[in-house]
Design a protein around this ligand. Structure first.
Ligand SMILES: Nc1ncnc2c1ncn2[C@@H]1O[C@H](COP(=O)(O)OP(=O)(O)OP(=O)(O)O)[C@@H](O)[C@H]1O
Ligand SMILES: [Mg+2]
Length: 345
C-alpha cells in the first residue's frame, strides 16, 4: 500500500498536500518541512533488480525531458490522483525522512488533502494505507476546504465563500459555508494543460518542438491571460520539426495568450457553472466577498483581471497560492474542533 514504506515516519502530527505538480508537508510545531516538485527520477538497476530512485523533487524535475535511455523522470500524480503508487511511495518516503524528528507521539494525527471528486473507494484506500503505515488518526480534508482555511477565510461561518484552485493537474471550484462544500466542480484543466497548449501552438506556428519544462518557462515568463496586458517577448529554443536541428524563435505574450485561450475559457466556464449551482443566499455573499484564487496556475499574468471581467465579481488572491492548501490543513491539525468540522468521512 501507498504509505507502507513510510511506516514509522508518522511519528508526529503532520499534514500532506500531494499535488500533481508539487508535494508539500507541514509538521506540527515545525511548519512547512517540504515543498518540492512531485517528480522522481529512476534508473534501471544494473543488476536487473528493477528500478532504483536516483533523484527526487527539484533535482528530478531538472531532469524532465533530458534523461538518457536508462533514466526516466516520472510524475507519479496525474490529474490530482495517484497514477503510480510505487513511485509515489518512494517519493513520500524521501520527503518525510527529512521531516523526521526524534520526539515520537503515541497517537500522531495525520491530515491528508484529497481532491473533492475522490470516490469512497479511493478515500478508503488512502485512509487504510496511512493507518497501516503507523498513522493513528487519519483525517481527510478536501483541497478547496483546506485552501479556504489557508487563505484565511472563515469556513465555519454561515456565509458563502468561493475558492478557485488552479493546480498543475486540475482546477477545483468550490463554494463553502458552515464548514462544508455546498457546490463544487472540478476539471482536468490546469497548469499542465496550459503547457501542452503552448507546446502545440509552437509546433503549429513555428514547426518547432519544445519540451514541457520549456513550455512551463514560457508560460511563467511571458504568458498572460488578457489582451490588454503588456506584450513581452522571449527567445525560445527547441528542435525544428522539418530540419531536425535546434532552432531559436522569438515568441510574444500575445501569441502565448492566443495559445492559452482554450484552457482559460474552460476554467472561466467552470466558475460560471459553479455559480449557477450556488444557492441564492450564498451567491449574494460571493457578490460581497468575491472569489479567492489559489494554486500556482492562478499566477498566470492577468488571469485575475480576466475572471473579474467575466464574472463581474471581486477577485482576491491568497498571499501564497502554492502553500494555501497545506497551511490550511496544518491549521486544522492545530485546531481539533475545526478539524472535526471540516474532515470528510
Ligand atoms: N507564475 C506562474 N504563472 C502561471 N503558472 C504558474 C506560475 N507559477 C507556477 N505556475 C504553475 O502552477 C502549477 C502548479 O501549481 P500547484 O503547485 O498549485 O499545483 P498542484 O497542487 O501540485 O496540482 P493539483 O492541485 O492539480 O494536484 C504548475 O502548472 C506551474 O506551471
Ligand atoms: Mg493543489
Amino acid at each position: 500500500m501507498i504509505f507502507d514504506a513510510i511506516a514509522g515516519l508518522f511519528s508526529h502530527d503532520l499534514a500532506i498536500d500531494l499535488g500533481t505538480a508539487n508535494t508539500l508537508v507541514y509538521v506540527r510545531d515545525k511548519g512547512l518541512v517540504c515543498s518540492e516538485p512531485s517528480v522522481v527520477a529512476v534508473t534501471e538497476d544494473s543488476a536487473g533488480r528493477g528500478e532504483r530512485v536516483i533523484a527526487v523533487g527539484h533535482e528530478a524535475k531538472e531532469m524532465l525531458g533530458r534523461t538518457p535511455g536508462a533514466i526516466r523522470a516520472i510524475r507519479p500524480i496525474k490529474d490530482g490522483v495517484i497514477a503510480d503508487f510505487e513511485i509515489t511511495e518512494a517519493m513520500l518516503k524521501y520527503f518525510l525522512r527529512r521531516a523526521h524528528n526524534r520526539a515520537k507521539l503515541v497517537r500522531p494525527r495525520t491530515v491528508i488533502c484529497v481532491p473533492p471528486c475522490i470516490t469512497s473507494v479511493e478515500k478508503r484506500a488512502v485512509r487504510e494505507s496511512a493507518l497501516s503505515a503507523g498513522a493513528r488518526e487519519v483525517y481527510l480534508i478536501e483541497e478547496p476546504m483546506a485552501a479556504a482555511i489557508g487563505a484565511g477565510l472563515d469556513v465555519t461561518a454561515p456565509t458563502g465563500n468561493m475558492v478557485v484552485d488552479i493546480g498543475g493537474g486540475t482546477t477545483d471550484v468550490a463554494v463553502i459555508s458552515l464548514s462544508g462544500i455546498v457546490a463544487s466542480r472540478s476539471i482536468r484543466t490546469g497548469g499542465d494543460t496550459m503547457d501542452e497548449a503552448i507546446i502545440n501552438y509552437v509546433k503549429r506556428k513555428y514547426n518547432m518542438l519544445v519540451g514541457e519544462r520549456t513550455a512551463e518557462e514560457i508560460k511563467i515568463t511571458i504568458g498572460m491571460a488578457s489582451p490588454e496586458g503588456k506584450n513581452e517577448s522571449m527567445e525560445i529554443k527547441g528542435r525544428d520539426l522539418v530540419a531536425g536541428i535546434p532552432k531559436v524563435v522569438v515568441a510574444t505574450s500575445d501569441e502565448i495568450r492566443e495559445a492559452l485561450v482554450e484552457p482559460i475559457h474552460a476554467i472561466v466556464e467552470t466558475v460560471h457553472l459553479t455559480l449557477e449551482k450556488t444557492p441564492p443566499e450564498l451567491a449574494a455573499d460571493i457578490v460581497d466577498r468575491g472569489i479567492m484564487l489559489v494554486g500556482g496556475g492562478s499566477l498566470l499574468r492577468d488571469f485575475d483581471h480576466v475572471l473579474r471581467q467575466e464574472t463581474k465579481l471581486p477577485i482576491l488572491r491568497s498571499d501564497d497560492p502554492f502553500t494555501a492548501v497545506v497551511h490550511g490543513a496544518g491549521e486544522a491539525l492545530n485546531n481539533m474542533s475545526l478539524l472535526k468540522d471540516v474532515a470528510i468521512h
